[in-house]
Design a protein around this ligand. Structure first.
Ligand code: H2B
Length: 101
């Protein structure tokens, strides 16, 4: 897919829509903490389905009740609107109980 890398200014501006996300090493970064492992993994399962549907996949890791996420668009060599769209979906998924789409 041909999608434009956003400028630093555009990224900074759009980050205001996602107050819990930061810019780290050129990627959108967020650390989630859940009630336990089941909730963390449920969140990841929901996000995996979203990522597959969008054909846009996160870099992430999980330790027990924590999920660390870094989003960038490899094909564009930076952050694009796809990363903001996925981050927004992840925020929604984090607010819903596991299994609810
Ligand atoms: N995910 C992310 N984060 N960046 C990409 O550039 C990307 C992706 N490209 N998922 C997709 C898959 C691409 O490799 C396929 C062929 O569409």
């Amino acid at each position: 897919m041909n999608i434009a890398k956003l400028s630093d200014k555009e990224v900074a501006s759009r980050l205001h829509e996602l107050p819990d996300w930061t810019l780290a090493a050129g990627k959108l970064h967020r650390e989630y903490k859940f009630a336990g492992f089941a909730e963390a993994f449920g969140f990841m399962s929901t996000c995996a389905l979203v990522a597959q549907k969008k054909d846009h996949h996160p870099e992430w890791s999980n330790v027990f009740d924590r999920v660390v996420v870094d989003l960038s668009t490899h094909d564009a060599g930076g952050i694009t609107a796809l990363d903001f769209a996925l981050a927004t979906e992840m925020e929604g998924a984090a607010r819903r109980p596991a299994g609810a789409i």
